[in-house]
Design a protein around this ligand. Sequence first.
Ligand code: ACO
Length: 330
Amino acid sequence: MRKAYIDSIGMYVPSNVVTNKDLESRMDTSDEWIRERSGIQERHHVDGECTTDLALKASEEALEKAGMKPEDVDHIIFSTMASDYFAPGGGPMMTRRLGIPGTPALDIRMACSGFLYGLSVSKAFIESGAYENILLITSEVQSVALDFSTAGRDTAVLFGDGAAATVIKATDADQGILTVKTHSDGRYAEDLMLRTPSTLDNPFLTHEVLDKGYGRVSMNGRTVFKHAVTKFPQVINEALEASGVAKADIKLVVPHQANLRITEAVANRLDLELHKVVFSNIHKYGNTTSASIPIALYEAMAEGKIERGDYVVVASFGAGFTWGASVIKW
Ligand code: ACO
């Protein structure tokens, strides 16, 4: 049966490294607090680059690794929470950046679950026979929407900027994306959001709404934490059951890198060993939203932790709330 498989991944993070110490000079925080609560040591922030700049660099690497030219891409899926323009989205912009005008492009805004939703759509597109070569781009610039004063410290210290691009192709071989399970629950929309620009305001962008702080990411950290540590294991078990793969056969679980305490709690609840079976690179990048899973997969491959034929689980939880998991035979 025709399946969709991950052929290659490219990644890019801006060169500007922001350490916890750097943040100490901008707000009342400490390296110790950030490490203890999140495991983050540093993150990368843009310095003049926009979302499609990051996306282009990651895409070029992914295409080169796949031995493809941009013209070989027959569909783009673009996931971000912050595209270059509020509208149009980043997908059409990427046809311009890659020099492939006319290529279909779809934008998804599923926050930290963007990669999972992207896998889900790619799997359906490829298995149906509609497309052969999909470029799933996950590119995130969050630093421009964070409040780096002490008032925003609970959120600002967690996020970093970064991008990944994943080439997903068709195959008849015994490998590929076996199952993807996704969920969403809008009852918690306000617990993690970037409110403005919003159609709740008319006109939707005024000095008044910006003065209220609505142009910054806001988060109810405890609610996010509580739901994340429950939903991650639930949806991983759901995806495993649907794929018929046993937990003991998983080579690596790559969760969305939200923060180390969430990853530790998920490893504990699933009774899986952190760092051996559950991957973490949050210390280097912070939370890069939908780019975090493919960036982690990229590094896991580079470290020799994933090889062809291995069973790999990826899982996410994020704003919306949204969550999902996928079982992949690499
Ligand atoms: N530096 C120093 N002190 C801080 C900081 C900071 N950056 N941020 C908050 N504090 C203070 C608070 O003001 C509070 O002080 P108080 O006791 O004087 O009032 C104290 O630290 C404790 O605050 P809490 O909010 O209770 O801290 P908590 O232990 O809940 O940790 C955190 C906060 C890290 C945000 C936690 O709730 C969490 O990890 N939530 C999950 C959030 C997350 O991962 N979001 C990512 C996006 S969603 C996703 O990707 C899944």
